[in-house]
Design a protein around this ligand. Structure first.
Ligand code: ATP
Ligand code: MG
Length: 575
Protein backbone atom coordinates (compact mmCIF):
# COMPACT_ATOMS: atom_id res chain seq x y z
CA UNK A 1 0.00 0.00 0.00
CA UNK A 2 1.28 3.43 -0.97
CA UNK A 3 2.13 5.41 2.19
CA UNK A 4 1.74 9.17 2.35
CA UNK A 5 2.52 11.74 5.04
CA UNK A 6 -0.37 13.08 7.11
CA UNK A 7 0.04 16.47 5.45
CA UNK A 8 -0.18 14.93 1.96
CA UNK A 9 -3.31 12.97 2.93
CA UNK A 10 -4.92 16.15 4.29
CA UNK A 11 -4.03 18.10 1.15
CA UNK A 12 -5.39 15.37 -1.14
CA UNK A 13 -8.60 15.15 0.90
CA UNK A 14 -8.95 18.96 0.75
CA UNK A 15 -8.62 18.83 -3.03
CA UNK A 16 -11.50 16.36 -3.13
CA UNK A 17 -13.63 18.87 -1.14
CA UNK A 18 -12.68 21.99 -3.07
CA UNK A 19 -16.16 22.36 -4.61
CA UNK A 20 -17.47 22.95 -1.08
CA UNK A 21 -15.00 25.75 -0.24
CA UNK A 22 -17.73 28.39 0.15
CA UNK A 23 -19.61 26.29 2.75
CA UNK A 24 -16.37 25.58 4.61
CA UNK A 25 -15.60 29.32 4.80
CA UNK A 26 -19.10 29.98 6.20
CA UNK A 27 -18.58 27.19 8.78
CA UNK A 28 -15.21 28.66 9.80
CA UNK A 29 -16.55 32.21 10.14
CA UNK A 30 -19.46 30.93 12.22
CA UNK A 31 -16.99 29.00 14.38
CA UNK A 32 -14.79 32.08 14.91
CA UNK A 33 -17.84 34.16 15.90
CA UNK A 34 -18.96 31.41 18.26
CA UNK A 35 -15.60 31.22 20.07
CA UNK A 36 -15.21 35.02 20.24
CA UNK A 37 -18.66 35.19 21.80
CA UNK A 38 -17.93 32.56 24.44
CA UNK A 39 -14.63 34.18 25.40
CA UNK A 40 -16.38 37.56 25.40
CA UNK A 41 -19.03 36.22 27.83
CA UNK A 42 -16.23 35.07 30.17
CA UNK A 43 -14.50 38.48 30.00
CA UNK A 44 -17.81 40.27 30.68
CA UNK A 45 -18.46 37.94 33.63
CA UNK A 46 -15.07 38.91 35.04
CA UNK A 47 -15.86 42.61 34.42
CA UNK A 48 -19.12 42.16 36.31
CA UNK A 49 -17.22 40.74 39.29
CA UNK A 50 -14.72 43.61 39.07
CA UNK A 51 -17.63 46.09 38.84
CA UNK A 52 -19.42 44.53 41.82
CA UNK A 53 -16.14 44.75 43.74
CA UNK A 54 -16.10 48.47 42.97
CA UNK A 55 -12.90 48.44 40.91
CA UNK A 56 -14.57 49.99 37.80
CA UNK A 57 -17.59 52.21 37.21
CA UNK A 58 -19.17 50.82 34.02
CA UNK A 59 -23.00 50.61 34.38
CA UNK A 60 -24.07 47.05 35.25
CA UNK A 61 -26.91 47.08 32.72
CA UNK A 62 -24.41 47.68 29.88
CA UNK A 63 -22.41 44.61 30.94
CA UNK A 64 -25.49 42.39 31.30
CA UNK A 65 -27.05 43.52 27.98
CA UNK A 66 -23.72 42.87 26.20
CA UNK A 67 -23.63 39.44 27.83
CA UNK A 68 -27.17 38.75 26.58
CA UNK A 69 -26.24 39.75 23.02
CA UNK A 70 -23.15 37.54 23.13
CA UNK A 71 -25.13 34.58 24.49
CA UNK A 72 -27.55 34.84 21.53
CA UNK A 73 -24.68 35.26 19.06
CA UNK A 74 -22.89 32.26 20.57
CA UNK A 75 -26.01 30.08 20.24
CA UNK A 76 -26.73 31.06 16.65
CA UNK A 77 -23.15 30.89 15.41
CA UNK A 78 -22.54 27.57 17.14
CA UNK A 79 -25.64 26.16 15.41
CA UNK A 80 -24.52 27.49 12.02
CA UNK A 81 -20.98 26.19 12.47
CA UNK A 82 -22.08 22.65 13.38
CA UNK A 83 -24.74 22.58 10.66
CA UNK A 84 -22.43 23.78 7.88
CA UNK A 85 -19.50 21.58 8.94
CA UNK A 86 -21.60 18.43 8.94
CA UNK A 87 -23.43 19.40 5.78
CA UNK A 88 -20.11 19.80 3.97
CA UNK A 89 -18.80 16.57 5.47
CA UNK A 90 -21.80 14.48 4.43
CA UNK A 91 -21.84 16.02 0.95
CA UNK A 92 -18.17 15.19 0.51
CA UNK A 93 -18.77 11.65 1.79
CA UNK A 94 -21.58 11.27 -0.71
CA UNK A 95 -19.19 12.32 -3.50
CA UNK A 96 -16.53 9.97 -2.10
CA UNK A 97 -18.91 6.99 -2.09
CA UNK A 98 -19.70 7.66 -5.75
CA UNK A 99 -16.00 7.94 -6.54
CA UNK A 100 -15.14 4.72 -4.67
CA UNK A 101 -17.86 2.84 -6.47
CA UNK A 102 -16.70 4.26 -9.82
CA UNK A 103 -13.13 3.23 -8.94
CA UNK A 104 -14.21 -0.32 -8.06
CA UNK A 105 -16.14 -0.52 -11.32
CA UNK A 106 -13.11 0.78 -13.23
CA UNK A 107 -10.80 -1.70 -11.50
CA UNK A 108 -13.20 -4.64 -11.78
CA UNK A 109 -13.25 -7.46 -12.46
CA UNK A 110 -9.55 -8.07 -11.81
CA UNK A 111 -9.71 -6.08 -8.54
CA UNK A 112 -12.81 -7.88 -7.30
CA UNK A 113 -11.28 -11.28 -8.08
CA UNK A 114 -7.91 -10.41 -6.57
CA UNK A 115 -8.80 -8.48 -3.44
CA UNK A 116 -10.71 -9.48 -0.37
CA UNK A 117 -14.26 -8.24 -0.58
CA UNK A 118 -14.45 -7.60 3.20
CA UNK A 119 -11.85 -4.84 2.88
CA UNK A 120 -13.74 -3.30 0.00
CA UNK A 121 -16.99 -3.41 1.98
CA UNK A 122 -15.40 -1.84 5.04
CA UNK A 123 -13.92 0.83 2.77
CA UNK A 124 -17.26 1.68 1.21
CA UNK A 125 -19.01 1.75 4.59
CA UNK A 126 -17.01 2.49 7.73
CA UNK A 127 -13.85 3.96 6.17
CA UNK A 128 -15.78 6.62 4.33
CA UNK A 129 -17.87 7.36 7.45
CA UNK A 130 -14.69 7.95 9.45
CA UNK A 131 -13.36 10.47 6.95
CA UNK A 132 -16.26 12.61 8.22
CA UNK A 133 -14.01 13.44 11.19
CA UNK A 134 -11.60 15.13 8.82
CA UNK A 135 -14.15 17.23 7.00
CA UNK A 136 -16.47 18.08 9.91
CA UNK A 137 -13.97 18.29 12.76
CA UNK A 138 -10.59 19.15 11.29
CA UNK A 139 -10.56 21.79 8.57
CA UNK A 140 -12.64 24.41 10.32
CA UNK A 141 -11.23 23.76 13.86
CA UNK A 142 -7.71 24.37 12.54
CA UNK A 143 -8.77 27.56 10.73
CA UNK A 144 -10.74 28.70 13.80
CA UNK A 145 -7.77 28.01 16.12
CA UNK A 146 -5.41 30.03 13.92
CA UNK A 147 -7.78 33.02 13.54
CA UNK A 148 -8.94 33.06 17.18
CA UNK A 149 -5.47 32.31 18.60
CA UNK A 150 -3.80 35.18 16.69
CA UNK A 151 -6.59 37.65 17.51
CA UNK A 152 -6.50 36.74 21.22
CA UNK A 153 -2.71 37.17 21.34
CA UNK A 154 -2.89 40.62 19.69
CA UNK A 155 -5.68 41.71 22.07
CA UNK A 156 -3.83 40.43 25.15
CA UNK A 157 -0.59 42.11 23.97
CA UNK A 158 -2.42 45.48 23.99
CA UNK A 159 -2.79 45.10 27.80
CA UNK A 160 0.28 43.01 28.69
CA UNK A 161 2.97 41.79 26.25
CA UNK A 162 4.38 39.49 28.97
CA UNK A 163 1.03 37.68 29.44
CA UNK A 164 0.64 37.53 25.62
CA UNK A 165 4.02 35.74 25.43
CA UNK A 166 3.03 33.21 28.13
CA UNK A 167 -0.31 32.55 26.37
CA UNK A 168 1.36 32.21 22.97
CA UNK A 169 3.71 29.52 24.30
CA UNK A 170 0.73 27.59 25.74
CA UNK A 171 -1.23 27.93 22.50
CA UNK A 172 1.73 26.61 20.51
CA UNK A 173 2.24 23.66 22.84
CA UNK A 174 -1.47 22.80 22.81
CA UNK A 175 -2.29 23.64 19.20
CA UNK A 176 0.82 22.32 17.47
CA UNK A 177 2.98 20.27 19.88
CA UNK A 178 0.24 18.01 21.27
CA UNK A 179 -1.51 17.20 17.95
CA UNK A 180 1.78 16.43 16.16
CA UNK A 181 3.00 14.25 19.02
CA UNK A 182 -0.29 12.38 19.42
CA UNK A 183 -0.97 11.94 15.73
CA UNK A 184 2.53 10.45 15.25
CA UNK A 185 2.04 8.26 18.30
CA UNK A 186 -1.36 6.98 17.27
CA UNK A 187 -0.91 6.87 13.48
CA UNK A 188 0.35 3.30 13.32
CA UNK A 189 -2.31 2.14 15.81
CA UNK A 190 -4.99 3.89 13.72
CA UNK A 191 -3.75 2.25 10.53
CA UNK A 192 -3.56 -1.22 12.11
CA UNK A 193 -7.02 -0.74 13.61
CA UNK A 194 -8.53 -0.04 10.17
CA UNK A 195 -6.80 -3.13 8.76
CA UNK A 196 -8.12 -5.23 11.65
CA UNK A 197 -11.67 -4.00 11.01
CA UNK A 198 -11.23 -4.93 7.34
CA UNK A 199 -10.03 -8.43 8.20
CA UNK A 200 -12.84 -8.92 10.73
CA UNK A 201 -15.31 -8.06 7.95
CA UNK A 202 -13.56 -10.55 5.70
CA UNK A 203 -13.77 -13.27 8.31
CA UNK A 204 -17.48 -12.61 8.88
CA UNK A 205 -18.15 -12.70 5.15
CA UNK A 206 -16.23 -15.96 4.83
CA UNK A 207 -18.04 -17.53 7.75
CA UNK A 208 -21.44 -16.40 6.50
CA UNK A 209 -20.72 -17.85 3.07
CA UNK A 210 -19.48 -21.09 4.56
CA UNK A 211 -22.19 -21.53 7.23
CA UNK A 212 -23.28 -24.87 5.76
CA UNK A 213 -19.72 -26.18 5.85
CA UNK A 214 -19.26 -24.86 9.38
CA UNK A 215 -22.33 -26.80 10.52
CA UNK A 216 -21.63 -30.07 8.80
CA UNK A 217 -17.84 -30.29 9.26
CA UNK A 218 -17.78 -29.36 12.97
CA UNK A 219 -15.81 -26.25 12.14
CA UNK A 220 -17.95 -24.31 14.63
CA UNK A 221 -15.48 -24.17 17.52
CA UNK A 222 -12.62 -23.15 15.27
CA UNK A 223 -14.77 -20.53 13.57
CA UNK A 224 -15.70 -19.05 16.96
CA UNK A 225 -12.02 -19.06 17.99
CA UNK A 226 -11.04 -17.21 14.81
CA UNK A 227 -13.69 -14.53 15.40
CA UNK A 228 -12.68 -14.23 19.09
CA UNK A 229 -9.01 -13.88 18.24
CA UNK A 230 -9.50 -11.18 15.61
CA UNK A 231 -12.06 -9.43 17.78
CA UNK A 232 -9.71 -9.40 20.75
CA UNK A 233 -6.85 -8.02 18.74
CA UNK A 234 -9.23 -5.29 17.49
CA UNK A 235 -10.27 -4.38 21.04
CA UNK A 236 -6.61 -4.34 22.16
CA UNK A 237 -5.82 -1.77 19.50
CA UNK A 238 -8.91 0.25 20.39
CA UNK A 239 -7.81 0.20 24.05
CA UNK A 240 -4.42 1.65 23.09
CA UNK A 241 -6.16 4.46 21.20
CA UNK A 242 -8.44 5.17 24.17
CA UNK A 243 -5.43 5.31 26.52
CA UNK A 244 -3.78 7.83 24.25
CA UNK A 245 -6.98 9.89 24.11
CA UNK A 246 -7.37 9.88 27.91
CA UNK A 247 -3.78 11.03 28.36
CA UNK A 248 -4.27 13.79 25.81
CA UNK A 249 -7.38 15.12 27.57
CA UNK A 250 -5.58 15.09 30.92
CA UNK A 251 -2.60 16.96 29.44
CA UNK A 252 -4.90 19.57 27.88
CA UNK A 253 -6.46 20.31 31.29
CA UNK A 254 -3.05 20.53 32.95
CA UNK A 255 -1.89 23.05 30.32
CA UNK A 256 -5.01 25.22 30.79
CA UNK A 257 -4.65 25.31 34.58
CA UNK A 258 -0.87 25.92 34.47
CA UNK A 259 -1.29 28.71 31.91
CA UNK A 260 -3.97 30.45 33.94
CA UNK A 261 -1.71 30.24 37.01
CA UNK A 262 1.25 31.56 35.01
CA UNK A 263 -0.89 34.43 33.65
CA UNK A 264 -1.94 35.48 37.16
CA UNK A 265 1.64 35.27 38.49
CA UNK A 266 2.98 37.22 35.46
CA UNK A 267 0.23 39.82 35.90
CA UNK A 268 1.07 40.30 39.59
CA UNK A 269 4.82 40.40 38.89
CA UNK A 270 4.35 43.02 36.15
CA UNK A 271 2.06 45.06 38.37
CA UNK A 272 -1.15 44.70 36.35
CA UNK A 273 -4.28 46.10 38.03
CA UNK A 274 -6.99 43.67 39.20
CA UNK A 275 -9.55 45.27 36.86
CA UNK A 276 -7.38 44.24 33.86
CA UNK A 277 -5.82 41.03 35.19
CA UNK A 278 -9.06 39.34 36.24
CA UNK A 279 -10.87 39.73 32.86
CA UNK A 280 -7.63 38.74 31.07
CA UNK A 281 -7.23 35.57 33.16
CA UNK A 282 -10.91 34.66 32.66
CA UNK A 283 -10.70 35.35 28.95
CA UNK A 284 -7.53 33.27 28.54
CA UNK A 285 -8.96 30.38 30.58
CA UNK A 286 -12.06 30.31 28.34
CA UNK A 287 -10.11 30.85 25.10
CA UNK A 288 -8.53 27.40 25.27
CA UNK A 289 -11.45 25.36 23.86
CA UNK A 290 -10.76 26.93 20.43
CA UNK A 291 -7.17 25.64 20.59
CA UNK A 292 -7.99 22.36 22.40
CA UNK A 293 -10.19 21.34 19.47
CA UNK A 294 -7.02 21.09 17.40
CA UNK A 295 -5.16 19.20 20.12
CA UNK A 296 -7.93 16.59 20.31
CA UNK A 297 -7.71 16.03 16.58
CA UNK A 298 -4.62 13.83 16.80
CA UNK A 299 -6.44 10.72 17.96
CA UNK A 300 -9.61 10.70 15.90
CA UNK A 301 -7.74 12.24 13.02
CA UNK A 302 -5.17 9.44 12.86
CA UNK A 303 -7.93 6.96 12.11
CA UNK A 304 -9.68 9.35 9.76
CA UNK A 305 -6.43 9.92 7.86
CA UNK A 306 -5.62 6.23 7.59
CA UNK A 307 -9.11 5.71 6.14
CA UNK A 308 -8.49 8.67 3.86
CA UNK A 309 -5.20 7.11 2.77
CA UNK A 310 -6.87 3.80 1.88
CA UNK A 311 -9.65 5.52 -0.04
CA UNK A 312 -7.21 7.83 -1.87
CA UNK A 313 -5.04 4.83 -2.80
CA UNK A 314 -8.06 3.04 -4.23
CA UNK A 315 -9.12 6.13 -6.19
CA UNK A 316 -5.63 6.38 -7.70
CA UNK A 317 -5.18 2.67 -8.37
CA UNK A 318 -4.61 1.86 -12.02
CA UNK A 319 -6.79 -0.89 -13.52
CA UNK A 320 -4.97 -4.11 -14.39
CA UNK A 321 -6.25 -3.81 -17.95
CA UNK A 322 -6.76 -0.19 -19.00
CA UNK A 323 -10.13 0.41 -20.61
CA UNK A 324 -9.51 1.10 -24.31
CA UNK A 325 -11.28 4.29 -25.34
CA UNK A 326 -9.38 5.48 -28.40
CA UNK A 327 -9.51 2.28 -30.45
CA UNK A 328 -11.91 0.70 -32.99
CA UNK A 329 -15.61 0.18 -32.56
CA UNK A 330 -16.43 -3.38 -33.47
CA UNK A 331 -18.86 -4.06 -36.27
CA UNK A 332 -19.59 -7.76 -36.48
CA UNK A 333 -22.31 -7.47 -39.12
CA UNK A 334 -19.86 -7.98 -41.96
CA UNK A 335 -16.94 -9.08 -39.77
CA UNK A 336 -14.14 -11.20 -41.08
CA UNK A 337 -13.89 -14.95 -40.72
CA UNK A 338 -12.61 -16.55 -38.51
CA UNK A 339 -14.37 -14.32 -36.04
CA UNK A 340 -12.10 -15.20 -33.08
CA UNK A 341 -8.39 -15.90 -33.50
CA UNK A 342 -6.03 -16.60 -30.61
CA UNK A 343 -2.36 -16.52 -31.60
CA UNK A 344 0.42 -17.92 -29.39
CA UNK A 345 -1.26 -16.62 -26.25
CA UNK A 346 0.62 -16.93 -22.95
CA UNK A 347 -0.78 -15.70 -19.67
CA UNK A 348 0.01 -16.01 -15.98
CA UNK A 349 -1.53 -14.68 -12.79
CA UNK A 350 1.57 -13.19 -11.12
CA UNK A 351 4.15 -15.93 -11.41
CA UNK A 352 1.63 -18.72 -11.90
CA UNK A 353 1.57 -19.60 -15.60
CA UNK A 354 -1.85 -20.62 -16.90
CA UNK A 355 -1.75 -20.47 -20.70
CA UNK A 356 1.30 -21.08 -22.82
CA UNK A 357 1.42 -20.56 -26.58
CA UNK A 358 -2.28 -21.19 -26.89
CA UNK A 359 -3.79 -21.05 -30.39
CA UNK A 360 -7.39 -21.15 -31.49
CA UNK A 361 -9.55 -20.20 -34.46
CA UNK A 362 -13.32 -19.98 -34.28
CA UNK A 363 -15.37 -19.44 -37.42
CA UNK A 364 -18.51 -17.31 -37.59
CA UNK A 365 -21.61 -19.09 -36.38
CA UNK A 366 -19.61 -21.98 -34.93
CA UNK A 367 -20.61 -23.69 -31.68
CA UNK A 368 -17.30 -24.51 -30.01
CA UNK A 369 -17.13 -26.67 -26.91
CA UNK A 370 -14.16 -26.18 -24.57
CA UNK A 371 -13.22 -29.01 -22.26
CA UNK A 372 -10.34 -29.52 -19.88
CA UNK A 373 -9.47 -30.42 -16.32
CA UNK A 374 -10.16 -27.96 -13.54
CA UNK A 375 -7.60 -25.15 -13.40
CA UNK A 376 -6.32 -25.55 -16.96
CA UNK A 377 -7.40 -22.01 -17.87
CA UNK A 378 -10.79 -22.33 -19.59
CA UNK A 379 -12.40 -19.45 -17.66
CA UNK A 380 -9.18 -17.46 -17.99
CA UNK A 381 -9.37 -17.81 -21.77
CA UNK A 382 -12.91 -16.37 -21.81
CA UNK A 383 -11.87 -13.53 -19.47
CA UNK A 384 -8.95 -12.71 -21.76
CA UNK A 385 -11.29 -12.59 -24.76
CA UNK A 386 -13.38 -10.12 -22.70
CA UNK A 387 -10.12 -8.22 -22.00
CA UNK A 388 -10.67 -8.39 -18.24
CA UNK A 389 -6.94 -9.00 -17.93
CA UNK A 390 -4.16 -7.57 -20.10
CA UNK A 391 -2.52 -9.98 -22.54
CA UNK A 392 1.07 -10.86 -21.78
CA UNK A 393 2.29 -12.49 -24.97
CA UNK A 394 0.44 -13.32 -28.14
CA UNK A 395 -2.80 -11.79 -29.35
CA UNK A 396 -6.55 -12.26 -29.47
CA UNK A 397 -8.30 -10.96 -32.57
CA UNK A 398 -12.03 -10.40 -32.83
CA UNK A 399 -13.10 -9.96 -36.43
CA UNK A 400 -9.47 -9.21 -37.29
CA UNK A 401 -8.91 -6.57 -34.57
CA UNK A 402 -6.80 -7.10 -31.47
CA UNK A 403 -8.84 -6.86 -28.25
CA UNK A 404 -6.21 -4.38 -27.08
CA UNK A 405 -7.20 -2.05 -29.92
CA UNK A 406 -10.98 -2.45 -29.70
CA UNK A 407 -12.82 0.08 -27.54
CA UNK A 408 -13.59 -1.95 -24.41
CA UNK A 409 -17.22 -0.81 -24.25
CA UNK A 410 -17.72 -1.84 -27.87
CA UNK A 411 -16.07 -5.21 -27.19
CA UNK A 412 -18.40 -5.84 -24.25
CA UNK A 413 -21.36 -4.62 -26.27
CA UNK A 414 -20.68 -7.26 -28.93
CA UNK A 415 -20.07 -10.20 -26.60
CA UNK A 416 -22.41 -11.77 -24.08
CA UNK A 417 -20.58 -13.42 -21.20
CA UNK A 418 -22.47 -15.75 -18.92
CA UNK A 419 -21.13 -17.75 -16.01
CA UNK A 420 -22.51 -20.53 -13.85
CA UNK A 421 -24.48 -18.13 -11.66
CA UNK A 422 -26.66 -15.27 -12.84
CA UNK A 423 -26.87 -12.27 -10.52
CA UNK A 424 -30.05 -10.33 -9.87
CA UNK A 425 -30.28 -6.77 -8.63
CA UNK A 426 -32.95 -5.04 -6.51
CA UNK A 427 -35.99 -4.23 -8.60
CA UNK A 428 -38.46 -6.10 -10.79
CA UNK A 429 -37.86 -8.91 -13.27
CA UNK A 430 -38.33 -6.30 -15.99
CA UNK A 431 -35.57 -4.07 -14.48
CA UNK A 432 -33.31 -7.09 -14.35
CA UNK A 433 -33.87 -7.86 -18.01
CA UNK A 434 -33.59 -4.25 -19.13
CA UNK A 435 -29.97 -4.08 -17.96
CA UNK A 436 -29.17 -6.14 -21.07
CA UNK A 437 -30.93 -3.68 -23.42
CA UNK A 438 -32.41 -0.64 -21.67
CA UNK A 439 -34.77 0.42 -24.50
CA UNK A 440 -36.36 -2.99 -25.14
CA UNK A 441 -40.04 -3.11 -26.01
CA UNK A 442 -42.50 -5.38 -24.18
CA UNK A 443 -42.52 -7.62 -27.26
CA UNK A 444 -38.72 -7.95 -27.25
CA UNK A 445 -38.71 -8.78 -23.55
CA UNK A 446 -41.34 -11.49 -24.02
CA UNK A 447 -39.53 -12.89 -27.05
CA UNK A 448 -36.26 -13.13 -25.15
CA UNK A 449 -38.02 -14.87 -22.24
CA UNK A 450 -39.72 -17.22 -24.68
CA UNK A 451 -36.43 -18.10 -26.38
CA UNK A 452 -34.90 -18.82 -22.98
CA UNK A 453 -37.92 -21.03 -22.09
CA UNK A 454 -38.84 -18.95 -19.03
CA UNK A 455 -41.88 -17.05 -20.37
CA UNK A 456 -44.38 -19.49 -18.84
CA UNK A 457 -42.78 -19.09 -15.44
CA UNK A 458 -43.08 -15.28 -15.65
CA UNK A 459 -46.64 -15.38 -17.00
CA UNK A 460 -47.70 -17.53 -14.07
CA UNK A 461 -46.55 -14.90 -11.57
CA UNK A 462 -49.28 -12.59 -10.30
CA UNK A 463 -47.47 -9.43 -11.43
CA UNK A 464 -45.67 -11.01 -14.39
CA UNK A 465 -42.68 -9.00 -15.54
CA UNK A 466 -43.34 -6.46 -12.80
CA UNK A 467 -42.85 -8.95 -10.00
CA UNK A 468 -40.22 -7.61 -7.61
CA UNK A 469 -37.38 -9.75 -6.39
CA UNK A 470 -38.59 -9.06 -2.85
CA UNK A 471 -41.98 -10.55 -3.74
CA UNK A 472 -40.24 -13.62 -5.09
CA UNK A 473 -38.03 -13.72 -2.01
CA UNK A 474 -35.14 -14.16 -4.46
CA UNK A 475 -36.21 -17.76 -4.54
CA UNK A 476 -35.36 -18.77 -8.08
CA UNK A 477 -34.14 -22.24 -8.68
CA UNK A 478 -30.69 -22.48 -10.25
CA UNK A 479 -32.33 -23.49 -13.54
CA UNK A 480 -34.66 -20.48 -13.55
CA UNK A 481 -31.78 -18.17 -12.76
CA UNK A 482 -29.77 -19.46 -15.69
CA UNK A 483 -32.74 -19.22 -18.02
CA UNK A 484 -33.08 -15.54 -17.03
CA UNK A 485 -29.35 -15.20 -17.69
CA UNK A 486 -29.88 -16.66 -21.14
CA UNK A 487 -32.86 -14.35 -21.74
CA UNK A 488 -30.54 -11.42 -20.99
CA UNK A 489 -28.07 -12.77 -23.58
CA UNK A 490 -30.80 -13.14 -26.22
CA UNK A 491 -32.12 -9.67 -25.45
CA UNK A 492 -28.67 -8.12 -25.78
CA UNK A 493 -28.41 -9.78 -29.16
CA UNK A 494 -24.60 -9.92 -29.19
CA UNK A 495 -23.09 -11.95 -32.02
CA UNK A 496 -20.63 -13.76 -29.75
CA UNK A 497 -21.67 -15.75 -26.68
CA UNK A 498 -19.08 -16.82 -24.12
CA UNK A 499 -20.67 -19.32 -21.77
CA UNK A 500 -18.66 -20.48 -18.78
CA UNK A 501 -20.27 -23.63 -17.40
CA UNK A 502 -23.79 -22.21 -17.73
CA UNK A 503 -25.37 -25.53 -16.76
CA UNK A 504 -22.94 -26.79 -14.14
CA UNK A 505 -25.42 -26.16 -11.29
CA UNK A 506 -28.34 -27.73 -13.11
CA UNK A 507 -29.93 -31.14 -13.33
CA UNK A 508 -30.26 -32.95 -16.65
CA UNK A 509 -33.77 -31.68 -17.26
CA UNK A 510 -32.80 -28.03 -16.79
CA UNK A 511 -29.55 -28.53 -18.67
CA UNK A 512 -31.48 -29.85 -21.64
CA UNK A 513 -33.88 -26.90 -21.53
CA UNK A 514 -30.96 -24.45 -21.59
CA UNK A 515 -29.04 -26.30 -24.31
CA UNK A 516 -32.17 -26.63 -26.42
CA UNK A 517 -32.91 -22.93 -26.05
CA UNK A 518 -29.34 -22.12 -27.03
CA UNK A 519 -29.32 -24.34 -30.08
CA UNK A 520 -32.71 -23.16 -31.35
CA UNK A 521 -32.11 -19.45 -30.88
CA UNK A 522 -28.47 -18.81 -31.57
CA UNK A 523 -28.69 -18.69 -35.33
CA UNK A 524 -25.65 -17.00 -36.79
CA UNK A 525 -24.18 -16.46 -33.33
CA UNK A 526 -20.73 -17.74 -32.46
CA UNK A 527 -20.81 -19.63 -29.19
CA UNK A 528 -17.91 -20.71 -26.98
CA UNK A 529 -19.24 -23.14 -24.41
CA UNK A 530 -16.99 -24.16 -21.52
CA UNK A 531 -18.09 -27.22 -19.65
CA UNK A 532 -16.95 -30.28 -17.76
CA UNK A 533 -19.98 -32.25 -18.93
CA UNK A 534 -19.75 -34.17 -22.13
CA UNK A 535 -23.55 -34.01 -22.36
CA UNK A 536 -23.25 -30.27 -23.00
CA UNK A 537 -21.24 -30.76 -26.13
CA UNK A 538 -24.01 -32.44 -28.08
CA UNK A 539 -25.00 -29.01 -29.39
CA UNK A 540 -21.43 -28.17 -30.44
CA UNK A 541 -19.97 -28.36 -33.93
CA UNK A 542 -16.49 -28.90 -32.54
CA UNK A 543 -14.98 -29.53 -29.12
CA UNK A 544 -11.42 -28.74 -28.06
CA UNK A 545 -9.70 -30.09 -25.01
CA UNK A 546 -7.38 -27.75 -23.13
CA UNK A 547 -4.50 -29.20 -21.17
CA UNK A 548 -2.83 -27.83 -18.11
CA UNK A 549 0.30 -25.70 -18.50
CA UNK A 550 1.31 -27.31 -21.72
CA UNK A 551 1.85 -25.92 -25.14
CA UNK A 552 -1.34 -25.73 -27.13
CA UNK A 553 -0.25 -25.87 -30.71
CA UNK A 554 -2.91 -25.82 -33.41
CA UNK A 555 -2.33 -29.48 -34.14
CA UNK A 556 -2.82 -30.46 -30.54
CA UNK A 557 -6.35 -29.19 -30.34
CA UNK A 558 -8.08 -32.50 -30.45
CA UNK A 559 -11.43 -32.78 -32.05
CA UNK A 560 -13.87 -34.57 -29.87
CA UNK A 561 -17.16 -34.28 -31.63
CA UNK A 562 -17.23 -37.82 -32.91
CA UNK A 563 -16.34 -39.35 -29.60
CA UNK A 564 -19.08 -37.71 -27.62
CA UNK A 565 -22.18 -39.72 -27.05
CA UNK A 566 -25.31 -38.06 -25.93
CA UNK A 567 -26.39 -39.63 -22.66
CA UNK A 568 -29.90 -40.98 -22.51
CA UNK A 569 -32.20 -38.47 -20.83
CA UNK A 570 -34.97 -39.85 -18.72
CA UNK A 571 -38.08 -37.78 -18.68
CA UNK A 572 -40.19 -37.99 -15.61
CA UNK A 573 -43.59 -36.58 -14.86
CA UNK A 574 -43.14 -33.70 -12.51
CA UNK A 575 -46.10 -32.57 -10.52
N1 ATP B 1 -7.82 -13.97 -10.25
C1 ATP B 1 -6.93 -14.95 -10.16
N2 ATP B 1 -5.76 -14.72 -9.54
C2 ATP B 1 -4.82 -15.68 -9.44
N3 ATP B 1 -4.96 -16.93 -9.94
C3 ATP B 1 -6.10 -17.22 -10.56
C4 ATP B 1 -7.14 -16.25 -10.72
N4 ATP B 1 -8.15 -16.83 -11.39
C5 ATP B 1 -7.75 -18.10 -11.66
N5 ATP B 1 -6.52 -18.34 -11.16
C6 ATP B 1 -5.77 -19.57 -11.29
O1 ATP B 1 -5.51 -19.80 -12.66
C7 ATP B 1 -5.68 -21.16 -12.98
C8 ATP B 1 -6.72 -21.29 -14.11
O2 ATP B 1 -7.97 -20.84 -13.60
P1 ATP B 1 -9.31 -20.93 -14.45
O3 ATP B 1 -10.38 -20.40 -13.61
O4 ATP B 1 -9.08 -20.31 -15.76
O5 ATP B 1 -9.43 -22.51 -14.62
P2 ATP B 1 -10.63 -23.34 -15.23
O6 ATP B 1 -10.03 -24.17 -16.30
O7 ATP B 1 -11.74 -22.43 -15.61
O8 ATP B 1 -11.01 -24.25 -14.01
P3 ATP B 1 -12.47 -24.80 -13.60
O9 ATP B 1 -12.80 -25.89 -14.55
O10 ATP B 1 -12.27 -25.33 -12.24
O11 ATP B 1 -13.42 -23.66 -13.67
C9 ATP B 1 -6.11 -21.87 -11.72
O12 ATP B 1 -4.97 -22.51 -11.20
C10 ATP B 1 -6.58 -20.77 -10.81
O13 ATP B 1 -6.27 -21.05 -9.48
MG1 MG C 1 -13.68 -22.09 -14.82
Amino acid sequence: MKKRSSLKIMLDLMILAKVHTRDLVIATLAGVTSFFSSTGIAVLAALLIVRLGGFISVPIYKITISMGVLVCTRGLSRYLEQYMNHLVAFRVLCTLRDKVFAAVRRLAPAKIEGSNKGSLISMITSDIELIEVFYAHTISPISIAVICGLTYIVLIALYSPAIAAVTLISYLVMGIGLPIFFSKWSKETGRTLRQKIGSLNNIFLDLLRGMTEIMQFSYRKRAIRIVEKTNKSLVDHQAVLIEQLALLLALEDVIVVLTTGAVIVTGILTGLSTSVLLPLAFGIFFSFPAIANVASLGNGLSQSLSCGERVLNLLEEKPVADEVTNGFDLDLEDGSDPIIVVNDLSFSYGDQPVLENFNLEVTQGEFLGIQGISGCGKSTLLKLIMYFWPLERGEILISGHSVQKINTQSLWHNISYMTQSTEFFEGTIRDNLLIAKPNSTEKELREALDKAAILDFVDNLEHGLDTTLTELGDNFSAGERQRFGLARCFLKGAKILLLDEPTSNLDTLNENIILDALKRNSDGKTVLLVSHRESCFKICDRVIRMQKKESFSKTRQRLYKDKIQTPRTEHMNIR
